[in-house]
Every structure is written in structure tokens, then in C-alpha cells.
Design a protein around this ligand. Structure first.
Ligand code: ADP
Ligand code: MG
Length: 699
């Protein structure tokens, strides 16, 4: 091990400088994101074992993980072969059985009546009373009593080929370095530590890695100890600062100011058959103000399914067009692209504004025409999936990008998008719309680089959707309900889902269902839509459904987002237990868009797990997207809810946004405090905690 002096910076000292670390160990460590001694110190134990005292057998209960010590009273071979063994262990206070399913010859030699054994393991209730299954054990002579551990034993998150013992050896060395003066700067200002009564960084790390015997194990396991909180706080603070930094950086860039000219927007509003809700007007005012600035807007608009985000987007787009600029509208699916294309053409063609669509499936000739209209600036509004930003798409003067229904939109994608529309040194304004309700605390920490508005009101005259939950054994009954709805002037969706993510199988299931229904309901016009149809076909089917020529639409989850057919008032979702709550909420949002009372039937396969039951109950009890998101967050955790699992976005090392959300208000305050009074602390903090994350910009 390298000798450490006052000046050895532990964030620069590679793990290779520790005793016992060669290339192969170093590689394994780096898989865990551990490159330097500082990383090792921030790799905190998952849990702890208490091996600091020996428990009398009479004091232990099932579920305890404890050390016990005693003499083997008798040994038996239960039925089931030569490898099994049960020993009865006795101490002055009681008896327990040690059960082994596999012992080798030498173990069998040593585990004999009369020997003294010290064991560690989990206490369980077995057929013979208390027992430990495969305890760790050590045999020792009566007169030689081995020491117990001095500290609670940390258990580290690890990977193949790195034992707990190895981790303890390495952290031992790192802690010695820290104690003997290795530099690990306490970046948080002392006044801040004092305010929250936080220990110093050194104290906190020592405590967390080697808690003393009297440390409260339960609190440590819950990660609620102040030493842990202090470290988590620092990490959350670093994240928030990096996002704020990113935001400030972006705000320093140039954008074309898009003033409110009020001629196209006024004309548009006057031909709209309804008035904007208060919430829509408020959010629109936020946007209009942003657009008029010479810096790029970066605003997230959240509005529950059906709250009317599209109209708000249209008004933002018109403000750009009034100023002579082009806009791009980015949709997540082909189906939604087509729907938006229809809606916007209908809205904007009377205003003499050219709208074009760009889809991945377009034929060469129409694509060439579209590209030309975009390049010369004739097409003012361009609607597409990510095809919008492929090579060969050259805008003439793009000034606004609207991103619709982005509930999977991590910081990395945001950074990419920012660069995409850049023209010389000007950036387009960005409006990001999502129906995914984001609990406020989460929004503050995960989207701190965005401004945030909420459309928290539905247009008037909507009747809430009634939701019922049925077992698939009652499918027959539900089919008849669907027929009744379809033959009495209403329309319905039947959504097929499957466990497998396989699109082919999903489409197959929808095809089979549609065939079955056509056979039993010859009087109903039935359409089928899934991801494997051609754009043109999808478009025709959606148009027919919208016009009411089809009464029943059998679909896969392709209709999840955006689809808007107000006359549809019944939705049946098969295998609803397999979908996430957010997805169910989105799907259900396809009905309840008109004035008639709507119904959603969630069908499940028996048997249903208790968690699944609970989730379906949430859907039955509320149609409020925020409540659903909050429950979803509790049931599944933030990675799933924000869809960041896939994007690997929120790369927190030790904090957990759900568990630690109580810290977020303090983190927000502290970030402002550092920005105002301790700017020197910001760069080192970000560097310490987000070293690998280039997407956070340059600090
Ligand atoms: P979402 O927010 O889910 O994208 P949409 O923009 O698709 O919602 O709007 C849902 C429906 O509500 C559409 O049919 C739209 O025309 C209608 N709508 C939007 N705003 C209003 C309003 N202020 N009053 C009445 N209907 C509205
Ligand atoms: Mg929408």
C-alpha cells in the first residue's frame, strides 16, 4: 500500500495502489464504477451483520442473524443421503439445531459430539424447534476463545469474483488512508453541516463503513442514519447543482425571439369550437413569454391525459409561424404522428399554413417533396417521429421544437435534442409535453434543468370514466357488453396485451381476437390496428373509426398515447395486470373524452398476486393521474416510473429518490445557498459525484 501524505488526493489515487489489487481485481472494481480510492469510500454497505456479541440461545428468535456458541450434543443423519447432517447445539441457556444439506467428508469428521462451535446464521423455526441452516461456523477448543468482531460487519454490493472479505480488506486500507490524512476535501461549507447537524465527511465515512457495536443496526439498514443521510444529501446536492448548471448554460445561448403578434393565434382561437380552460391559458402565457425572449425556452408541460395539450402546442407553434419561422413537432409513434398531421392540417390549412409529415415509412417521391418544402421554408409545420432529425432533413429556419408525450425522456436525450436543431449559434425553443404526472419533489430533482408548467384542469363537460375489474373467466359477459355498446351508437376499444414484449405475438393476439369477434358479432363493423400494419393502412382504419364507420377497434397498445376519438366510450383491456399503472392510465385516457359516461373494463388472468390486485384496485379507485403516479412510485420506485431504467439516466450512487425524498427540500435550499455564497464548492461537488456523466456539460 502506498504511504499516504496530507497531499495525497484520494480521488486521484487508483485502486491499483491498494495492496492486493492487480489487474483482474481492478477490472472487476471498475465494473462497479470504482476506479479510485474515493470511489471505494463512496461504495457504501448495503446492510450490516452484528457479529460483535454472542447471543444466549434462549434469547434468539426466528429472523435474527446472530452469533451463538455451544457444544454439539448429538449428531444425526436424516433420511436423504450421506451428505446431510443435523447437529444439536447446546449452550447453558438452551438448544438449537444446525441443519446441513451438504457436508463433505472433512466437515463430517469435525462436526462431532462434544466439540465446541461458534456459528453465525439466520435463526429459523424448523420441525424440531429453532434451527440454523448452513450457518458459517468455526470449531475451537474449550480453552481458546476467539475474539468477536469489534464493529458491525458491513455487507457490500458486489459482483462475481469480489468477495465480501476482499471488500473489507480494501475498505480497511482506504479508511486507514483517510484517517492518516489522505485528502478527501470536505466540500460542504461548515455552516451548512452545522445547520443540519451533519458529521464531517471523514466521520460519516468511518461510521458507515465500520459502525461501532452500539450503532443502531435497524436505522443503518433503513439507511436513515445521519451519517448516511449526510452522504446522500451531498450526492443529491451535486445532482441538482449540475442540472441547474446545465440550465444556466442553456439560458446563456441565443435563440430567435418570437414575439406575440396575435394575428394567426387570434384567428385560430376564433375558429376553435371551445374556449381554453383557465389552466391552458395560464400555461400558454408562460410559453408565450418564454418564446419572446432571445434565449431558448426549455419548458416541460405536464397535463393529464385529455387535458388538452395539443391546442396549447398549436398556439405556441402559431406564435413561431407569425414570426416567419418553422416548427417541428416530434411524436413518439407513427400513429400519433398521423393523427397530429390530420389535426394540424385541419386547423392550419384554413390559415394558409403548410403542414407536412415525415415518417419512417414514407415512399421516396413524397418524401423528396416534403424535404424540399422543409428546406426552402415553405413547410412551416413539420410533424414526424424521430425521422424528423435524420440526415437529409434540413430546416430553413427552425425556431421551435415541440416534443409530444415524452414520458421517457432522460437528461441525455434532452442534451441530444438541444444540439439537433442548432443553427449557427442559435438554438430552437423547446416545448416538451407529457401526460406522465411527476410528483413535485421528483420533478424538482430530476427535471431541475427545465422550467415546468402544469395543466391541472380538464376541459368542462367530461364525465369521469368508471372502471371495473373482471377475471377473464367472465370474458363472455364482457363481449356482450361490448356488442351492446356498439349496436347502440357508441364505439369501443378492445386492447390486447401479452406478457412477451414480442410485437409479432402481440399483433397475432389482436388478429385472433378480431377474427373471433367478427364471427360472433357479424352486425358490428370491426377494425384491427397494430404496429405491423403499413402507415397508410393504420391511417385509413383510424380515420374510419373516427368517422364512426367502424364501431369496434381491436388494437394492441399502439393506441396507448394521444389517440383522440371522443365518441368512443368503452374500453376493454385484456391482461391488464401485466401493464404498468402509468400505461393503464394512458390507455384508459382514450375514453371519457366526450359527454357520454364512459367505462373501462380491466380483465385479468387468474390467479392474481396481491401486488397486482392492489395495483388494479388503484385504477378502480381513482382517475386522477397524480394519485396514480404517486401510488405507482410507491409500488415500483422512481426508475420505473420515470422510465429511466431504460435510459440509465438517474445514475445515483447512494441516494434513492423515493427513500430520500424527505431531503429534497433541504437540497433545493442548499443548492441556492451554494449558488449565492459558495460558488467555489460547486465544481468540485459535481466532479466528485458525476465524474462519469459527460452529459452534464462542462463544469
Ligand atoms: P392531451 O392533453 O391528452 O393531449 P388532447 O389535446 O388530445 O389531450 O385533447 C383532448 C380533447 O379535448 C380533444 O378532443 C380536444 O379537442 C379537446 N379539448 C382541448 N381543450 C379543450 C377545451 N378547452 N374545451 C373543450 N375541449 C377541449
Ligand atoms: Mg396528446
Amino acid at each position: 500500500m502506498k504511504t499516504v501524505t496530507e497531499t495525497t488526493d484520494l480521488s486521484l489515487l487508483p485502486c491499483r495502489s491498494l495492496r492486493g489489487v492487480g489487474k483482474s481485481i481492478a477490472d472487476r472494481l471498475s465494473h462497479l464504477g470504482i476506479h479510485c480510492v474515493q470511489d471505494l469510500l463512496f461504495h457504501l454497505p448495503l446492510r450490516y451483520q452484528d457479529r460483535t456479541r454472542i447471543y444466549p440461545i434462549s434469547h434468539i428468535v426466528p429472523g435474527d442473524h446472530v452469533v451463538i456458541e455451544g457444544t454439539i450434543e448429538n449428531v444425526s443423519n436424516p433420511i436423504g443421503g450421506r451428505t446431510r447432517l443435523v447437529c444439536q447445539l447446546r449452550d447453558p441457556t438452551g438448544r438449537i439445531h444446525l441443519r446441513f444439506f451438504y457436508v463433505n467428508a472433512s466437515q463430517r469428521q469435525t462436526l462431532q459430539t462434544g466439540v465446541r462451535v461458534r456459528c453465525f446464521g439466520e435463526v429459523r423455526r424448523g420441525s424440531l424447534g429453532l434451527e440454523m441452516i448452513h450457518p458459517e461456523y468455526r470449531i475451537h477448543a474449550e480453552e481458546f476463545i476467539p475474539d468477536v468482531e469489534e464493529n458491525l460487519t458491513p455487507i457490500y454490493p458486489t459482483t462475481d469474483g469480489l468477495s465480501q472479505q476482499m471488500f473489507r480488506k480494501l475498505t480497511d486500507q482506504a479508511l486507514v488512508m483517510l484517517a492518516s490524512g489522505g485528502a478527501l476535501q470536505d466540500i460542504l461549507p461548515p455552516a451548512l453541516l452545522q445547520q443540519y447537524a451533519y458529521p464531517s465527511l471523514k466521520e460519516a465515512l468511518h461510521f458507515v463503513h465500520r459502525p461501532p457495536p452500539d450503532a443502531p443496526v435497524d436505522i443503518l439498514i433503513e439507511k436513515e442514519h445521519i451519517s448516511q443521510k449526510r452522504l446522500v444529501f451531498e450526492e443529491l446536492l451535486a445532482h441538482r447543482l449540475s442540472l441547474l448548471h446545465l440550465k444556466r448554460d442553456f439560458q446563456l445561448q441565443k435563440a430567435f425571439p418570437l414575439e406575440k403578434k396575435n394575428y394567426l393565434t387570434t384567428q385560430f382561437l376564433s375558429q376553435l369550437p371551445f374556449d381554453l380552460t383557465k389552466a391552458q391559458s395560464r400555461v400558454l402565457a408562460d410559453i408565450q413569454q418564454d418564446l419572446a425572449a432571445p434565449h431558448p425556452m426549455l419548458r416541460l408541460v405536464q397535463g393529464d391525459v385529455g387535458s388538452g395539450k395539443t391546442v396549447v402546442a398549436a398556439l405556441a407553434i402559431l406564435q413561431a409561424v407569425e414570426n416567419g419561422f418553422q416548427c417541428g413537432l416530434l411524436a413518439p409513434t407513427e400513429l400519433l404522428t398521423e393523427q397530429h398531421y390530420r389535426t394540424f392540417s385541419q386547423w392550419l390549412t384554413p390559415l394558409d399554413i403548410e403542414v407536412v409529415m415525415l415518417s419512417g415509412q414514407m415512399k421516396t417521391a413524397p418524401r423528396r417533396l416534403a424535404l424540399e418544402a422543409i428546406a426552402v421554408g415553405r413547410a412551416k409545420v413539420v410533424i414526424g417521429t424521430h425521422a424528423l432529425f435524420q440526415k437529409g432533413v434540413d430546416f430553413n429556419n427552425l425556431a421551435l421544437i415541440v416534443v409530444d408525450e415524452q414520458h421517457r425522456f432522460g437528461v441525455q436525450q434532452r442534451a441530444l435534442l438541444r444540439e439537433k436543431g442548432k443553427f449557427n449559434d442559435h438554438y430552437p425553443h423547446q416545448l416538451i409535453m407529457t401526460a406522465t404526472p411527476i410528483p413535485r419533489t421528483l420533478a424538482m430533482s430530476v427535471y431541475a434543468d427545465l422550467d415546468y408548467s402544469v395543466i391541472d384542469e380538464l376541459p368542462p363537460g367530461r364525465t369521469p370514466v368508471t372502471t371495473t375489474v373482471f377475471s377473464n373467466t367472465r370474458r363472455e359477459e364482457i363481449l356482450h357488453r361490448v356488442r351492446d355498446a356498439c349496436t347502440s351508437g357508441r364505439q369501443a376499444y378492445w386492447v390486447c396485451t401479452l406478457i412477451e414484449e414480442s410485437e409479432v405475438l402481440q399483433c397475432q393476439a389482436a388478429e385472433n381476437t378480431a377474427a373471433e369477434m367478427r364471427e360472433i358479432f357479424p352486425e358490428v363493423q370491426i377494425g384491427l390496428i397494430h404496429g405491423r400494419l403499413k402507415s397508410q393502412e393504420k391511417e385509413e382504419i383510424m380515420a374510419a373509426f373516427k368517422k364512426g364507420e367502424l364501431q369496434l377497434l381491436v388494437a394492441t397498445t399502439v393506441i396507448e398515447v394521444g389517440v383522440d376519438v371522443p365518441n368512443a366510450s368503452l374500453m376493454v383491456i385484456e391482461n391488464a395486470e401485466r401493464l404498468g399503472l402509468a400505461q393503464l392510465h394512458q390507455l384508459r385516457g382514450r375514453v371519457g373524452r366526450g359527454a357520454v359516461a364512459s367505462h373501462c373494463v380491466l380483465m385479468y388472468q387468474t390467479p392474481l398476486s396481491s401486488l397486482a390486485k392492489e395495483r388494479l384496485a388503484v385504477m378502480r379507485e381513482t382517475t386522477n393521474g397524480f394519485k396514480i403516479a404517486e401510488r405507482d412510485l410507491q409500488l415500483r420506485g422512481p426508475g420505473e416510473v420515470l422510465g429511466t431504467r431504460q435510459t440509465g439516466d438517474v445514475s445515483l450512487r447512494i441516494a434513492d429518490l423515493l427513500r430520500d425524498d424527505d431531503l429534497l427540500p433541504a437540497v433545493e435550499q442548499a443548492a441556492d445557498h451554494l449558488l449565492a455564497h459558495h460558488r467555489e464548492a460547486i465544481a468540485p461537488l459535481i466532479k466528485r459525484w458525476l465524474r462519469d456523466s459527460a452529459q452534464y456539460g462542462h463544469v
